[in-house]
Ligand binder design. Structure first.
Ligand code: HEM
Length: 461
């Protein structure tokens, strides 16, 4: 279309439209979203070219307007331009906030929050449980305690934070015309979006500033650390902020932007995976039974699940991988080319081209997968394929330099809560409904959800 180009393809469920187009036109397509030339990548082979062979050239992000504003003018890891500043922030994330050791140290948080979730589910019996409501609450509490050392979401002030987080998630999904047709930027002034974002940024900043101030006060009291409210993301960031001697430094806005990255990256993605796993298990009772047998055989009557137990649960890991293949929470991974023209698989690709890797289509590509439309966790049982960014047929966490640094954090949370829910309960759909009755339509706004919340009945065993 004039001015808009192929922009209408980005409405509703773009990963579906782009997959259909790629079946016709191939794994590399050049589209024009407004004035932005965009390369659509739809095969593992082409993704490898972008995210491994030429990764350094495709390690930039598109400067989306609203998201940039929300994240303190891109002072965070996700949106900061590729370069030395990003490298420093990334090292904070990988080495300090989300290292394997740190993730293990948060086991007690997962344990305590999972037992609260289990109690809530028990209380609902014999009525149905709304898993769409319960999973985001659970992931929210886990992230909140990891970030701030305590669950702010339960206090009066914290309830305000929950409302702010909901609006943040909505605004983060707001990719509009102005991101692709810059001269139409007046539209967001006229339709009130600019004002709404400015107002929201102020509210959020006040809240985060309050958190920092409060933490600075309580940190003076060493007793706080002894009571188990110590070492959390905010503490680590405050230490880096106060320590001018190291190689890495951040300012006050940097602390807030990085904390927001954790909330944006960690809540919606992890809770939607949990909802999709439970959906697929309810649709495939034999998979559910096999998984419960594995979990119950390994745990026997043991109440507390440890990381060592989870290591032995190979079928659980296969179920999670299959869910991430079939329902990647971020179906479209966006990158941008740097200032170098390149040749990709014989095609000339101009500097500055936006790249959209359709991870959803790649997970369903018959070139890479046998019977891709079937949910079959067994395909991963004797397969070395993993989602850590080395196997390009399975890239729910992206790959390369800008691949997700939160894999260990989210996988530890997902495995732990699923093992608990399937050890302690039997699950079925309400009112005698069968798995094949489940509505599988999706809703997409940055993250891919079920359109209709998942309701299920849990019976304690
Ligand atoms: C199931 C859970 C998750 C999924 C599916 C997921 C997926 C992704 C994807 C697809 C990307 C873009 C990668 C690329 O461009 O190659 C990404 C980036 C990122 N994720 Fe995650 N993520 C998850 C959990 C988390 C968690 C728990 C955190 C933090 C606690 C996190 C923080 C980030 C950050 C900071 C980036 C930006 C990295 C950069 O640009 O250098 N994510 N994630």
């Amino acid at each position: 279309m004039p001015i808009l180009g192929h922009l209408r393809l980005l409405s509703s469920l773009p990963h579906h439209y782009l997959q259909l187009l790629s079946i016709k036109h191939g794994p590399l397509m050049l589209l024009h979203f407004g004035s932005i030339s965009t390369l659509i990548v739809s095969s593992a082979d082409a993704a490898r070219e972008i995210m491994r062979t030429h990764d350094i050239n495709f390690s930039y992000r598109h400067p989306f307007k609203v998201q940039g504003k929300l994240l303190y003018n891109c002072k965070d890891v996700s949106f900061s331009p590729y370069g030395e500043f990003w490298r420093q922030l990334r090292s904070i994330f990988v080495l300090q906030l989300l290292s394997n050791k740190r993730v293990q140290s948060f086991h007690y948080i997962r344990e305590e929050e999972a037992s609260i979730l289990i109690k809530k589910i028990r209380e609902k019996h014999p009525g149905p449980v709304n898993l769409r409501e319960m999973f985001p609450d659970f992931t929210n509490y886990v992230v909140c305690r990891s970030a701030f050392g305590r669950n702010y979401t339960k206090s009066e002030n914290g309830k305000k934070f929950l409302i702010l987080l909901r609006e943040l998630s909505e605004l983060m999904g707001a990719v509009g015309i102005v991101d692709f047709v810059p001269w139409l930027s007046w539209i967001s002034r006229v339709n009130g979006l600019d004002k709404r974002v400015d107002r929201f940024v102020k509210q959020l900043d006040n809240f985060l500033e309050g958190m920092i101030q409060e933490r600075l006060e309580t940190r003076k009291d060493k007793q706080d650390v002894l009571e188990g409210n110590g070492e959390n993301f905010l503490d680590i960031l405050l230490d880096i902020y106060n320590d001018n001697s190291g190689d890495v430094s951040i300012d006050r806005d940097g602390i807030k932007a990085l904390i927001l990255d954790v909330f944006i990256g960690g809540i919606d993605t992890t809770s939607t995976v949990l909802e999709w796993v439970m959906t697929e298990l309810l649709r495939h009772p034999t998979v559910m039974e096999k998984l419960q047998n594995e979990i119950r055989q390994i745990l026997k009557d043991k109440h507390d699940i440890k990381d060592d137990d989870l290591e032995k649960m190979h079928y659980l890991k296969a179920v999670i991988k299959e869910t991430l293949r079939y329902h990647p929470p971020i179906p479209l991974v966006m990158r941008r080319q740097g200032n170098k023209d390149l040749k990709i698989k014989g095609y000339d690709v101009r500097a500055g081209t936006l790249v959209i890797v359709n991870a959803w289509a790649i997970g369903r590509d018959p070139v890479s997968w046998d019977e891709p439309e079937k949910f079959q966790p067994e395909r991963f049982l004797n397969s070395p394929i993993d989602f850590k960014g080395l196997d390009f047929e399975l890239i729910p966490f992206g790959a390369g330099r800008r691949g997700c640094p939160g894999i260990a954090f989210s996988v530890a949370t997902i495995e732990f809560v699923l093992a608990n829910l399937l050890q302690k309960f039997n699950w079925e759909l309400p009112n005698g409904a069968q798995g094949q009755d489940l509505d599988m339509t999706e809703r997409f706004r940055g993250t891919l959800h079920r359109n209709i919340p998942l309701m299920a009945v849990a019976t304690h065993v």
